[in-house]
Design a protein around this ligand. Sequence first.
Ligand code: FAD
Length: 364
Amino acid sequence: MNAAARQPQLLLAGGGHSHVLVLRQWALRPQSRPASGSITLVSRHPTSLYSGLVPAVVAGLATLDSARIDLKQLCQQAGVRFLQADITGLEWGRRQLLLQGGERLGCDILSLDVGAITPAPADGAMAVKPLEPFLAWVHALPAGAPLRLRGGGASAVELALALVRRGHPCRLLLRGPGLALGNPAANRAGERLLAAAGVALERNGIYLGPADLACTGSQAPPWLAASGLPVDPGSGRVLTETSLAVLGQRGLFAVGDCGLVSARPRPAAGVWAVRAAAVLATNLERSLAEPPVAEPPQALRCWTPRRHALQLLGDSGAGRPDQQPRALALWGPWALGPTAWLGVLKHRIDRRFMDGFQGWVPPN
Ligand SMILES: Cc1cc2nc3c(=O)[nH]c(=O)nc-3n(C[C@H](O)[C@H](O)[C@H](O)COP(=O)(O)OP(=O)(O)OC[C@H]3O[C@@H](n4cnc5c(N)ncnc54)[C@H](O)[C@@H]3O)c2cc1C
């Protein structure tokens, strides 16, 4: 086949929040799918977990299936090939992804949405990320086993409360004097929630033993930095332009927890991966579109993320006489709640997100 007739290959690496939304858009509106080229999604599992529902799964308030997005089916509906494989590296100079087992996957355009992992715990504690082995660990716990969680952020607080609701007495091991929920009002409200559920706090890194579970922040997969791409030194997230294209690289995008918009950095949270999806879809389409001869390629769309995003931290109803789940709303320097109506709002937002994948029929 001569080079001019060759179809460009787009690889979507990882079934993260941005990629599933891009796929859903292509499935719902096939005319928005790039017209030329072949598209492949490569991801470790045939399903992707929606993390907003993970505490509810742990608490026994939602089934595992209700938190899973079927990547194979979604790809089929979007006209995209699905490949289940573990990515171990990237040689961008050769436009190749390296897969476990030694296989290489070539591409012309690559979009990275592989999420983040919990930095490897030194004391043998279970890491919360990746989520699949963590959930298997939860399901194998002996009933009522007391647990010690390391971490003071939103996932540590939500999971401690969820595990209490599941019947495990919990302690939280904090590196500093208090929680790290983003602002003092949120930290105070979080401490009240934990106290009401009987979760004790060990502060300032003075622990009485090793932890069982580590919820100690997120780190981009190390193979990204090892590939020589520009990364943020602290988190290992790949640095991008506001177009989500990796700094100085054409045809390479990074989004979600594994990417960081260098001019407008936002924390690693699913809400930002969700919001970036529309810009990513446009820019993938523009990158794949073949410009008429002698015309420059189309300019990429820029993303202007809002300053703050609403985060709803659920308590799984732990320590409540009526077991009614409540939630705490966090937005920039503000915190509201916890209240039952915020719990209902969280439930609706999570359900609506998942209904977008489970409760629709693609057009013929
Ligand atoms: C308990 C918990 C609750 C949370 N709740 C919230 C919340 O309510 N709101 C919020 O905004 N954030 C929440 N977060 C944070 C949220 O999980 C992440 O920010 C979000 O998942 C990031 O999405 P992503 O698109 O970057 O990637 P992810 O959703 O992490 O997806 C990455 C995908 O890539 C695949 N993958 C990863 N590595 C490889 C590889 N090497 N090879 C092949 N495939 C690979 C994975 O299998 C997965 O499908 C929570 C986190 C935790 C731990």
